[in-house]
Design a protein around this ligand. Structure first.
Ligand SMILES: [Zn+2]
Length: 520
């Protein structure tokens, strides 16, 4: 794919630079972290084809249309601490150099998360787009696919030709979002569409745990966005962005983006209407009753596990680095015969120690809880090593299909009736790969302890007898007033329960006017 040069075919550059930054975490996401996930050349244009990634969607549409793909660089570190400024500058410069090399171009397709922060940059995507726009000039179409959890800045909307967001969380439509962006780009290049983008911000932000798009009323608002292009012939696409509460930025919160065909006023009107619906439903969007405290959640999970036919999923959702020990410590200390499994506990030290002693050995470990003072501290226990080694495999789950998953040195440990897989490269257990790769049968467990926010629902919601969500003091707490925001704007619900909003503000300027601006 993308290797043969079809005469007259559109030349489309494809790239990606994505991270959902938990600004409050002490660890930065560095060059090495992005490099481990980076795909270039044929690794991008062929290796990501057919995968569940945004790039998979870009490439499928471009390939079917006979377009020529110019692969830049594509890296996605999912969720972790802020990117280092060094890493940001490295990948910005690599994307710029790639564009120069790929010229002349007809268009650019990008995947950005929209909630990246760096120590020096509260809006890195805006900085990046400003630099890219300066490089390619005002006329080249730049279509960007963003995560549903983007904190979009007005500048970002001004610099894109059009932007598209995942409709769902769990993000089962990442590839389809890429495909929407690619189809719109090709239609614009063929002169069949004249995409006009309007973006409206709404002063509402939700803890990620409440952004599952299956939960009403968010499900209804998303359904309204999906119905828009069907209801209105002039609308090409609509996206509702929930924002990401754990990135500290002046752009924190919801936004709505609508792309119309040649009619900016229509796009603005529809975006304002959808934004107003978000604002009107803000109290109902905050599902505070869904979350238990630690004592209540552990007791409820145990009680349900004893009575239920199938496993109970206990969700320690506030953990942002897959190593917090608030629930695991209790499940080990107070174990009363229930089979408990905890997949993907991030603990490189314990994993290395287990690999060193080998299968069948017992060793004293300080398990997890090391990432920050909010992670609950390590659990001192003796564990038996059931399996140990390097763990690399190809993902099978709905969001990771076709992706190479490298957990690094890893081990399966047993502590009484509790089994724990420890891993060296932090990733969140969202599908059954996390269990099956270590020979664990979900159906045989009484309690499975997960740390996902919404993505686990795609696989576990239909399988689990019950889901019990526990809030802990970690950096992803549902109690947003506990977070040390410095840059978040005032008047944001629910940080300010009395917040008021006058409706959509003045429309954003066109990207042409902004092309020569930007500080980066
Ligand atoms: Zn997301």
């Amino acid at each position: 794919m993308g290797q043969s040069t079809t005469k007259g075919a559109f030349r489309i550059a494809v790239g990606g630079f994505a991270l959902e930054s938990v600004s409050f975490l002490p660890q930065l996401t560095g060059l090495g972290d992005f490099e481990r996930e980076a795909r270039r050349g044929a690794e991008l244009s062929e290796g990501l084809a057919g995968t569940a990634t945004v790039a998979g969607g870009f490439l499928g549409v471009l390939d079917a249309a006979g377009a020529e793909v110019l692969p830049l660089v594509y890296t996605d570190c999912s969720a972790a601490g802020s990117a280092s400024d060094e890493a940001f500058e490295h990948f910005r410069d690599e994307l710029l150099a790639g564009l120069r090399q790929a010229a002349p171009l007809d268009g650019l397709l990008l995947f950005l998360h929209g909630a990246m922060t760096t120590p020096e940059r509260p809006d890195p995507e805006g900085n990046l787009l400003a630099a890219l726009r300066r490089e390619v000039g005002p006329g080249l179409p730049i279509m960007v696919a963003f995560d549903l959890h983007a904190n979009l800045s007005p500048r970002t909307a001004e610099l894109c030709t059009a932007l598209f967001g995942f409709h769902f969380s769990p993000h089962v439509d990442m590839a389809e979002t890429g495909a929407r962006a690619a189809r719109c780009l090709l239609a614009r290049l063929a002169g069949r569409q004249d995409p006009q983008l309007a973006m409206v911000k709404v002063p509402v932000v939700l803890p990620s745990i409440f952004t599952a798009t299956g939960l009403a009323p968010l499900s209804e608002i998303v359904a309204e966005s999906l119905a828009l292009p069907e209801r209105s012939a002039g609308i090409i696409d609509a996206s509702v962005f929930c924002g990401f509460a754990y990135a500290d930025t002046p752009d924190l919160g919801f936004s709505v983006a609508v792309v119309s065909d040649g009619d900016l006023a229509l796009a603005r009107a529809e975006a304002s209407d959808l934004a107003q619906r978000v604002w009107d439903r803000r109290a109902a969007l905050l599902h505070e009753g869904l979350v238990e405290d630690l004592d209540g959640g552990i007791a409820k999970a145990r009680d349900l596990a004893r009575r239920a036919d199938g496993p109970v999923v206990l969700l320690e959702h506030a953990d942002r680095l897959n190593d917090s020990t608030w629930c695991l410590r209790r499940l080990i200390a107070e174990n009363d015969g229930l089979a408990v499994h905890c997949p993907y506990l991030w603990d490189p030290e314990t994993a290395a120690a287990a690999v060193a002693v080998g299968v069948g050995s017992r060793l004293a470990v300080a398990l997890g809880g090391k990432s920050s003072e909010r992670a609950g501290g390590p659990i001192a226990v003796e564990a038996e090593v059931l399996w140990a080694g390097e763990k690399v495999f190809t993902g099978k789950g709905p969001m990771r299909r076709g992706r190479r998953i490298d957990l690094g040195p890893a081990a399966l440990l047993r502590i009484g009736k509790v089994t724990v897989s420890v891993i060296s490269n932090s990733t969140t257990a969202i599908d059954l790969d996390a269990l099956e790769q270590f020979g664990i049968d979900f159906a045989e467990q009484d309690i499975v302890l997960l740390r996902s926010k919404t993505h686990f629902r795609a696989v576990y919601e239909p399988l689990a007898a019950a889901i019990v969500i526990v809030d802990t003091p970690d950096w992803g707490t549902a109690e947003l007033t506990q977070l040390p925001y410095r840059l978040a704007p005032s008047g944001l619900f629910p940080l300010d329960r009395e917040a008021e909003w006058q409706g959509a503000e003045a429309p954003n300027e066109s990207h042409e006017k902004q092309a020569q601006q930007g500080d980066d």
